[in-house]
Ligand binder design. Sequence first.
Ligand SMILES: [Zn+2]
Length: 52
Amino acid sequence: MKCAICEKEIEVLFLDKINGTYIKKEGKLYPICKSCQIRFNNNKDELLKNIK
Ligand SMILES: [Zn+2]
């Protein structure tokens, strides 16, 4: 699974749990890695703006 912002591979912990978060945009779920979460201070609006 790749991060929707930096496109790096995200570590999957178990089942659908990832080392990061999911963010919803236009009805679609995007995976976001931990470092992008930290980079944007987990600010949902900033994360949404940076999704490719
Ligand atoms: Zn990322």
